[in-house]
Design a protein around this ligand. Structure first.
Ligand code: AMP
Ligand code: MG
Length: 323
């Protein structure tokens, strides 16, 4: 299998010392593997790429084995773009790519994509889903939002409720919050002792690796905003009558724990950015830039997965539809 190292592209790579390039497979190697998978009918029987095909697009990816510091990463970065209109055409192009590739993924019915969105309150998870997936056929896409677990969920291992909702073949599934809450809110609020949540990093890595071995590609985005930006967003939820329903007094309790959350996010990202399921730290103060980065990364990942329309049955050209 060919492997290639790719350096960070352009001169606007975010903190090259902390976020660097990772090895990625060429589309050619992926295509070769995909064609070997041939006519298998069960994902367990497929020849998979291990690690899966991530794009030649290292910016913002947290390299496995490296440690990032969130306070060293600028949540306001926007490359050379200055305002929303600057990215409009590019964002439209990326949405179109996602739509076209998703149609292939669905028809191909051999691989799936799990997208994990994590952020502090007001970080923009809902907005990302609304904005980035506009071009996607709802039939090929699922969104699951995870709240505090219920009684039945708490009676099972922590992954139980997430595993049931991982994407079936052909699907894109978005986790709006995810199994990472079980090392985030659980840690910050002291819901379980440290020896319990600390073991979970390893369990999560194994879980995600297992998913990739049945051809589910896992993409994880942390939407990185500043504390000032959170204040502005909370204020606008109070000021705008149409947004008030989103405001919860609990958001202020959580905001008081800002530093603890940053530390918990940092550890989760550093412990769980693996070759199999890398984390991307996305500068998210500017919503339009966040949308562009996420859309680009998803489109590039789908392209590297190389989904193909299945070949038509032989002899179709001879068929005459009767009157
Ligand atoms: P929201 O996303 O604003 O609807 O809020 C969902 C709430 O559920 C947040 O306060 C999360 O902290 C909480 N939550 C999500 N997953 C878990 C979990 N595994 N354990 C405890 N609380 C959770
Ligand atoms: Mg909320």
């Amino acid at each position: 299998m060919t492997k290639k190292d790719h350096g960070p592209k352009g001169n606007h790579s975010l903190s090259q010392a902390t976020i660097a390039s990772s090895s990625a497979q060429t589309a050619g190697a992926v295509a070769q593997k995909t064609s070997q998978a041939g006519a298998v009918t069960s994902p367990e029987g497929m020849v998979v790429t291990d690690p899966p095909p991530y794009p030649d697009y290292p910016r913002y990816r947290v390299e496995p084995g490296r440690s990032i510091r969130l306070d060293k990463l600028d949540p306001g970065e926007t490359e050379h773009y200055r305002a929303k209109p600057d990215v409009k055409a590019e964002l439209d192009r990326q949405r179109q790519r996602i739509g076209e590739l998703q149609a292939r993924l669905y028809a191909d019915h051999r691989q799936s994509l799990l997208i994990v969105l994590q952020a502090i309150d007001t970080g923009g998870k809902d907005g990302t889903i609304q904005q980035v997936f506009r071009g996607v056929n709802p039939q090929g896409c699922q969104v699951w939002s995870f709240k505090a677990p219920g009684v039945e969920e708490l009676d099972h291992d922590f992954l139980w409720r997430y595993h049931q909702r991982t994407p079936p073949r052909g699907m894109i599934t978005i986790f709006n919050r995810s199994h990472y809450e079980d090392v985030l809110v659980v840690r910050v609020k002291g819901l379980l002792p440290e020896d319990v949540w600390r073991r979970r990093y390893h369990v999560i890595n194994e879980f995600e690796h297992a998913l990739t071995l049945t051809n589910t590609v896992v993409l994880k985005f942390f939407l990185h905003i500043s504390k000032d930006e959170q204040k502005r967003r909370l204020q606008s939820r109070l000021d705008d009558p149409n947004k008030r329903w989103k405001f919860s007094r609990n958001d202020l309790t959580e905001r008081a724990l800002w530093d603890d959350y940053q530390e918990a996010f940092e550890d989760a990202i550093n412990q769980c950015s693996t070759e199999h399921a890398p984390w991307y730290v996305v500068p998210s103060n500017k919503k339009w830039y966040r949308n562009l980065v996420i859309a680009r990364t998803i489109a590039d990942t789908l392209q590297a997965m190389d989904p193909r329309y299945p070949p038509a049955d032989p002899g179709l050209t001879d068929i005459v539809i009767p009157d």
